[in-house]
Design a protein around this ligand. Structure first.
Ligand SMILES: Cc1cc2nc3c(=O)[nH]c(=O)nc-3n(C[C@H](O)[C@H](O)[C@H](O)COP(=O)(O)O)c2cc1C
Length: 156
């Protein structure tokens, strides 16, 4: 069966931010999900091929930045280019701000969740980072952007 994970789509997308040392990055992730209410745990499944993988693994933190329809271009930009080659914040005009953990967060995002990595689990061709939410920033209400597949999205 081709891409059986599409059976679970549409799925909400987020911008995952990270930092290690002076290197900061942002990537799009659709495989980002709640895990536990108490403590508040969230997971993000990241391929080891992503530049973000090393930053999250070494930096031990990540930001989940929700995306609304006004940010669709950022979802494609951050999801089709690698931070290994360019500073995506500067290149695509993705404005940053900082919370409690020193990782960049996306200022335009309706809400951001700052997570401290508590577990890194290699599963098949991805690595699931389990993060405990230490800071939740709600900037405004907004509909979410959902990935349908390829370059297709819908807003709910
Ligand atoms: C809509 C969309 C969803 C994506 N979801 C994920 C995901 O959940 N996990 C992942 O590892 N890559 C995902 N990607 C691919 C990465 O965002 C992409 O490879 C990106 O260029 C990685 O950036 P980096 O190398 O700077 O970390 C997704 C891409 C798009 C466009």
């Amino acid at each position: 069966m081709e891409k059986p994970y599409y059976l679970l789509y549409p799925i909400r997308v987020a911008l995952i931010t990270s930092r290690h040392g002076a290197r900061e990055n942002v990537m799009t992730a659709a495989w980002c999900f709640p895990i536990s209410m108490d403590p508040p745990l969230f997971g993000v499944s990241v391929s080891k091929k992503r530049f973000s993988y090393g930053l999250i693994s070494k930096g031990k933190a990540f930001g989940i930045n929700l995306i609304d329809a006004s940010m669709k271009s950022h979802a494609i930009q951050a999801g089709r280019t690698s931070g290994a080659e360019k500073d995506k914040f500067a290149e695509f005009g993705i404005e940053k701000e900082y919370g409690k953990l020193g990782i960049p967060l996306v200022k335009k995002s309706p809400s951001s969740i700052e997570c401290k990595v508590v577990r890194e689990v290699e599963l098949g061709d991805h690595v699931v980072f389990v993060g405990e939410a230490v800071n939740i920033i709600k900037r405004r209400e907004g509909k979410g952007l959902y990935h349908k597949g390829g370059d297709e999205f819908l807003e709910i």
